[in-house]
Write a protein that binds this ligand. Structure first.
Ligand SMILES: NC(=O)c1ccc[n+]([C@@H]2O[C@H](COP(=O)([O-])OP(=O)(O)OC[C@H]3O[C@@H](n4cnc5c(N)ncnc54)[C@H](OP(=O)(O)O)[C@@H]3O)[C@@H](O)[C@H]2O)c1
Length: 301
């Protein structure tokens, strides 16, 4: 039996705790938000589409199975991780409104996007998954107690190459490989979790692989590619998790006692798991952190 996010939250009273969930209105983010609200936490949701976010918030309030005080939910602001000005404005709103974030859940993500750049000129997957979350985490670092970075086993794909900073800005349609950029971005998430944990002794930061979960993440994969994957990986497809199961690990690390959480660790299936060698390289972690810091500096003030 696979563990679910609801199993993780059972018997927990999170009254007084504040969590921030990016990409909250779908997939793993939606389940994470629901179970945290059920356990009485305050949840700030940070998604990019204002109407979808408002509808999602209203749906939660109307849901008789969740039963929470609407004051627990802050859906007042939106966040586009592909736009540094939007990240800055959102982060400054949070910093002004809250004294402490008990768990920042860097959950939003894109996968296998076609060649393209964010508003600020970063390759889309690196820009959203890595640079946008870096800026959010950096502005909020002083008031954050715990960071949870959604990574993926995808960081081990293609031989798990080391982080290559050229991949962050260069989008040459001729040799753009969407799988490589996703691998790099999810590797970047692990490295940044490790480095934030080093830079800020008052907080703990971890990364998570949720498993292969049935969500909308694969929206850029064609029907033929999906069919080929199903036919060549039947066991993996049979073991695919539902979002309730996929969100178990991120919920577990968000709420577990601080003394039990391993700073910098990579968690999968609700336990510390070994990451690829390229994800253990602290020189690369520092290099990536410094790069992200430099390119977002103008937005940090
Ligand atoms: N599902 C899996 O099998 C799997 C496996 C390994 C890792 N993960 C990781 O788990 C995380 C959650 O993914 P999911 O499976 O729940 O997929 P999902 O349902 O597609 O959720 C992703 C969320 O990210 C949001 N997002 C995308 N671009 C954004 C932007 N520029 N600004 C703000 N929000 C943005 C999406 O909002 P929009 O709808 O507006 O685009 C959506 O709410 C991702 O980081 C993913 O890499 C998932």
């Amino acid at each position: 039996m696979k563990k679910t996010a609801s199993d993780m939250i059972k018997h927990h009273d999170l009254n007084g705790k504040v969590f921030l969930v990016t990409g909250a209105y779908s997939g793993l983010g939606a389940i994470t938000t629901q179970v945290l609200l059920k356990a009485k936490a305050k949840v700030i949701i940070a998604s990019r589409n204002a109407k979808t976010q408002a509808d999602f918030a209203q749906g939660l309030i109307d849901d008789k199975d969740i039963l929470f005080d609407p004051q627990q939910l802050d859906a007042s602001h939106t966040l586009d991780l592909g736009d540094l000005a939007s990240v800055r404005d959102f982060a400054h709103y949070v910093k002004g409104a809250y004294d402490q974030i008990d768990g920042l859940i860097n959950n939003a993500g894109v996968m296998y996007t076609p060649p393209g750049k964010t508003k600020d000129g970063f390759e889309m997957q690196m820009g959203v998954n890595v640079i946008g979350h870096f800026l959010l985490s950096k502005i909020l670092a002083e008031i954050t107690r715990r960071q949870i970075w959604l990574s993926s086993k995808g960081h081990t794909r293609l031989g798990a190459p080391r982080i290559n900073l050229d991949q962050i800005t260069k989008v040459d349609n001729g040799d753009y490989n969407p799988r490589l950029r996703y691998q790099q971005s999810k590797l970047g998430n692990i490295l940044l979790a490790k480095q934030f944990g080093e830079e800020y002794p008052h907080l703990k930061a971890v990364s998570v692989h949720p498993g292969m979960v049935s969500t909308n993440l694969g929206r850029n994969i064609s029907f033929v590619q999906k069919l080929t994957f199903i036919l060549t990986n039947p066991l993996m497809v049979m073991n695919m998790k539902q979002p309730e199961e996929g969100a178990a690990t991120q919920v577990m690390v968000a709420i577990m006692p601080e003394s039990e959480l391993t700073n910098g660790a990579y968690y999968a299936d609700c336990r510390v798991t070994e990451e690829a060698e390229s994800a253990k390289n602290m020189e690369d972690a520092k290099k990536l952190y410094d790069y992200c810091n430099e390119v977002t500096l103008a937005y940090q003030a």
